[in-house]
Design a protein around this ligand. Structure first.
Ligand code: SAM
Ligand code: DTB
Ligand code: SF4
Length: 348
């Protein structure tokens, strides 16, 4: 039996047409209502592929303008030297990856890069720092200034800084932050195989602080870290338990980094990626589903299939944080080939 209770109150600083879902857990800890069990997700994920894509495309069309694929620019505002041991990351100080540690960028440099990205058609600017979490003081104050600068350009601002306190989340909200990116990355079961310096619950605690502060959550994962397809669905089940559900869901394919424990991980199966994108779209009708890291190894046809299955955002620009991404020219060609609008490259 499925009990659906809708609560029309408005929460947080982004709108969802029905308002957030009110959820109930029964004693067996299986989700009733707006939440999803792995079994429910699997029934969708395992549909014959054409049927799965048709259903996802219908959900996509019902909730979005399908010609609107958001371009987000990424900038590493503080690179390398991170104390955490995330097995996929080029920026962990524990692995010899050749990434040089840099100090925090100046607000002026960030403003310039954001203005250039806006001129190339970016509407969202995401800034990442290789921190376990921010320390209060001048560096955090500088990040708040960066958020104000990006918002001042009329762009959405997103940051990913690691673990936050309630107070830090509140200050980011007051600076005008649109969304906070904090990925759960994989299932609870697989998490400790990839990261040992923090727990899944640490991640969830930060997500709760972000939501309490009224900031939208951007939360997703990485495929290709030795997880099973069921682990990927378990990640979606975790995301569907967030209230409200994430505003955006980045789906990354591992970019294997030499020197990290996952350097030799095999590539993700393309049709498994399409299935996951479609299942994510059906589960989160209103979210931005962001086709994130790993696009430089995807064919144009695979990317188009992902858009058809409901992905509606990309990171664009030659570099992600440290890893390569298709160049702006390549993406412009792809958009042109799809018959989608390509912004003219005006100067800021
Ligand atoms: N230090 C902060 C944290 O971990 O929350 C923010 C920066 S971190 C680099 C942002 C996200 O990038 C990670 O959560 C992970 O999902 C993604 N990521 C990092 N390295 C990656 C890789 N090699 N391939 C794919 N995604 C990656
Ligand atoms: C996300 O989920 N993917 C982006 C963004 N959030 C910050 C980061 C991808 C990083 C890819 C590896 C690198 O550039 O080092
Ligand atoms: Fe540090 Fe973030 Fe990289 Fe983990 S993913 S090592 S926390 S920068």
């Amino acid at each position: 039996m499925r009990i659906v209770v809708r609560w029309s109150a408005h929460q947080g600083n982004y709108s969802s047409r029905d308002g957030p879902r009110f959820s109930v857990r029964c004693l067996a800890n299986r989700y009733i209502d707006g939440m999803r069990t792995v079994e429910e997700l699997k029934a969708v994920y395992d549909l014959p592929l054409p049927e799965l894509i048709f259903r996802a495309a219908a959900v996509h069309r019902a909730h979005h303008d399908t010609s609107d694929i958001q371009r987000c620019a990424l900038l590493s505002i503080k690179t390398g030297g991170c104390p955490e041991d995330c097995g996929y990351c080029a920026q962990s100080a524990r692995y010899q990856t050749g990434v040089k540690s840099t100090p925090l960028m100046s607000v002026e440099e960030v403003r310039e890069k954001a203005a250039r990205a806006r001129a190339l058609g970016a509407t969202r600017f995401c800034m990442g720092a290789a921190w376990r979490g921010p320390r209060d003081g001048p560096a955090f104050d500088q990040v708040l200034e960066m958020v104000r600068a990006v918002r001042g350009l009329g762009m959405e601002a997103c940051v990913t800084l690691g673990m936050l306190t309630d107070e830090q989340a509140r200050r980011l909200h007051d600076a005008g932050l649109t969304a906070y990116n904090h990925n759960l990355d994989t299932s609870r079961r697989h998490y400790a195989n990839v990261i040992t310096t923090r727990t899944y619950d640490d991640r969830l605690d930060t997500l709760r602080s972000v939501q309490r502060a009224g900031i939208a959550v951007c939360c997703g994962g990485i495929l290709g870290m030795g997880e099973t397809e069921e682990d990927r669905l378990a990640l979606l089940a975790e995301l569907s338990a967030l209230e409200p559900p994430p505003e955006s869901i980045p789906i990354n394919c591992l970019v294997p980094i030499a020197g990290t424990p996952l350097a030799d991980a095999p590539p993700v199966d393309s049709l498994q990626l399409v299935r996951l994108v479609a299942t994510t779209r059906i589960t989160f009708p209103r979210a931005r589903v962001r086709l994130s890291a790993g696009r430089d190894r995807m064919s144009r046809e695979l990317q188009v299939l992902c858009f058809l299955a409901g992905a509606n955002s990309i990171f664009f620009g030659e570099k992600l944080l440290t890893a390569p991404n298709p160049g702006a020219g390549e993406d412009a060609d792809l958009f042109r080939a799809m018959g989608l609008p390509v912004p003219t490259m005006s100067q800021p």
